[in-house]
Design a protein around this ligand. Structure first.
Ligand code: HEC
Ligand code: HEC
Ligand code: HEC
Ligand code: HEC
Ligand code: HEC
Length: 194
């Protein structure tokens, strides 16, 4: 049995996980202070080599979703009920980053951008990674109902491994139809086209 103070010293950023777990009631794995995976995201010095568009804030899914085990739905909270998964408001970020300032100088510099965005009421303009043409209908919620809330990986690849999100699937009509054929889902043109 470890005491809270043992856990605080367990690893860099450990205190943060404990604080988050207490404040936000995250799942058991996140509450131990040492995630079940005990995964520590690497330091990345050359961000220019990363796949995917460069975002206004270097927000890392490998840190938030893997190292700190924040569930996808904590931030993409409408994915089970709406076509759009939702991108979290700065308020959601600030809920943690009011207290969590970052364990390294580069984290601190990026987190300062979050705090400035909040203070100046100027949300970051995230660059969209996945985008279908306007004449295509894609309801997330219907897919999650069948594939489950862990089913993101089927279409997005393992986002938990990505320091910067990039597109893994082609998102072509053939890609959609292929899975619909395999899973015996209707393929009428009007299912996907307005
Ligand atoms: C702490 C909040 C947070 C968590 C947790 C989180 N995300 Fe995100 N996600 C974001 C933000 C902010 C963006 C927009 C910036 C970016 O693309 O990195 C985003 C972008 C994305 C995108 C790209 C969206 C686009 O523009 O096409 C995908 C896909 C995604 N997240 C999937 C996931 C999955 C899957 C998980 C769980 C394994 C997850 N996210 C967990 C905040 C979060
Ligand atoms: C549930 C709590 C929580 C939420 C919500 C959260 N973060 Fe974080 N964030 C953390 C923790 C913990 C760290 C790791 C701090 C460290 O060790 O430096 C972190 C680190 C960061 C970093 C530095 C590492 C990196 O990813 O490059 C940035 C930037 C960041 N967060 C931005 C954001 C943004 C933007 C949002 C909202 C979309 C957000 N965070 C939401 C907990 C959170
Ligand atoms: C069946 C494939 C599929 C699954 C499963 C799936 N997505 Fe998506 N996702 C897409 C497609 C296609 C788009 C582009 C939609 C568009 O442009 O209208 C997208 C877009 C997104 C976006 C960007 C939305 C925006 O407004 O910027 C996020 C965030 C996202 N997905 C998160 C998730 C999360 C989290 C999960 C799991 C809970 C998930 N997705 C499961 C196919 C999928
Ligand atoms: C990994 C498999 C998979 C992929 C890839 C996929 N789908 Fe689906 N889709 C399904 C399944 C399974 C259902 C049936 C859901 C249900 O039974 O409610 C479905 C249902 C739908 C529906 C019907 C929803 C309704 O209202 O009945 C639409 C529209 C749709 N998909 C569009 C798309 C589009 C557009 C793409 C590509 C961008 C796509 N899907 C890619 C598996 C997939
Ligand atoms: C499961 C979803 C789905 C179904 C069913 C579907 N489409 Fe599509 N369609 C898409 C997606 C996604 C795109 C955009 C990506 C692309 O161009 O490949 C698209 C693009 C198109 C385009 C534009 C192609 C281009 O080069 O710009 C046409 C035309 C089209 N579809 C016609 C049809 C017709 C006709 C049917 C019925 C026989 C049909 N679609 C059924 C998903 C679907």
């Amino acid at each position: 049995m470890t005491t809270p103070s043992d856990r605080v010293g367990a690893r860099a950023g450990g205190w943060a996980s404990v604080a988050i777990a207490i404040l936000f009631g995250l799942p058991a794995a996140a509450q131990t202070g040492q995630p079940a995976s005990a995964y520590k995201a690497p330091v990345i010095s050359d961000t220019g080599k990363l796949k995917g568009p460069r975002q206004p804030i270097f927000f890392r899914h490998d840190i938030h979703a893997r190292q700190d085990q924040i569930p996808c739905l904590y931030c993409h909270s409408t994915v089970t009920i709406s076509s759009e998964p939702g991108i979290p408001a700065v308020q959601t970020c600030f809920g943690c980053h009011q207290m969590i300032g970052g364990s390294t100088p580069s984290h601190q510099a990026e987190i300062k951008k979050v705090r400035d965005a909040w203070a100046n009421r100027r949300p970051p303009e995230w660059i969209r990674v996945h985008s279908l043409p306007g004449f295509v209908r894609f309801p997330h919620q219907r897919h999650i109902k069948v594939l489950g809330t862990d089913g993101c990986i089927t279409c997005h690849g393992d986002v938990r491994q990505m320091p910067q999100v990039y597109q893994v699937s082609t998102l072509t009509m053939g890609w959609c139809i292929n899975c619909h054929v395999q899973r015996n889902v209707p393929r009428d043109c009007t299912l996907c086209h307005y």
